[in-house]
Write a protein that binds this ligand. Structure first.
Ligand SMILES: C[S@@+](CC[C@H](N)C(=O)[O-])C[C@H]1O[C@@H](n2cnc3c(N)ncnc32)[C@H](O)[C@@H]1O
Length: 224
């Protein structure tokens, strides 16, 4: 006898939402690897963060939609050609993820765990001493469903992104990070306020309403 589990129902609901989701359709039409592209696009359009010529670090980059968006913004003349733009690229994008990443022309990729010092050292080597204009982090750990453990994992990744940004951003640089409402959220907002001159929480329309996912933007480092 087959037992209908809750997770099967949830998967069905997710699949139905996914198939009917306007951002999924738009991503297919515009050649993005994931609907996530529109979250960064909205944040960028609201705050004007991405400009050609910048050095950008994309944390938790796989499958690569944010890198595709950045790539297009750095190659305005070839934008709209579908997928990541190719050819001329005015800017530097370094993407990092635990998982493999299908190459995007002109985007450097480092596979590894951002919590690992040796991986940070590889990222620093790829930067070659250049200061960073923008760090974007869409990193999300695999969730266990145990709230205290999950919020500790989420907080750990956001804290590391803030620490990396504090050490590598230009004084006027920006960090965009994904976090989740729930336990630990207010402490992370406090950490942003201690680190950045301006802090803006933002929930893009492309981020599903029922998801506790949200984003926070820190602009300009406070002097230590
Ligand atoms: C929501 S996905 C990112 C989607 C991506 N922004 C895009 O536009 O395609 C989250 C990613 O975070 C990565 N991730 C989670 N923990 C990580 C860690 N400790 N180090 C590096 N990447 C991590 C996962 O492997 C996953 O690919």
């Amino acid at each position: 006898m087959k037992v209908k589990t809750k997770s099967k129902k949830v998967n069905k609901a997710w699949l139905a939402d996914h198939v009917n989701d306007p951002y999924v359709k738009l991503a297919q039409r515009e050649g993005y690897r994931a609907r996530a592209a529109y979250k960064l696009k909205e944040i960028d359009e609201a705050l004007g963060l991405v400009r050609p010529g910048q050095v950008v670090v994309d944390l938790g980059a796989t499958p690569g939609a944010w890198s595709q968006y950045l790539r297009r913004r750095f190659a305005p003349r070839s934008a709209g050609t579908g997928g990541a733009a190719v050819g001329e690229l005015d800017g530097k994008i370094i993407a990092l993820d635990l998982l493999p990443f299908e190459p995007i022309e002109g985007v450097s990729f480092i596979q590894g765990d951002f919590r690992d010092d040796a991986v940070i050292a590889r990222l620093e080597a790829a930067l070659g001493g250049r200061a960073v204009d923008l760090v974007v982090s869409d990193m999300a750990p695999n969730l266990s469903g145990i709230e205290s453990a999950d919020s500790a994992r989420i907080a750990d990744l956001v804290e590391l992104a803030v620490e990396f940004s504090a050490g590598h951003l230009k004084p006027e640089g920006v960090l965009v990070a994904k976090l989740f409402h729930g336990s630990g959220y207010s402490q992370l907002v406090e950490l942003f306020k201690k680190t950045f001159r301006v802090v803006k929480p933002i929930k893009p329309k492309a981020s599903r309403d029922r998801s506790s996912e949200t984003f926070i933007v820190g602009i300009g480092l406070k002097k230590a």
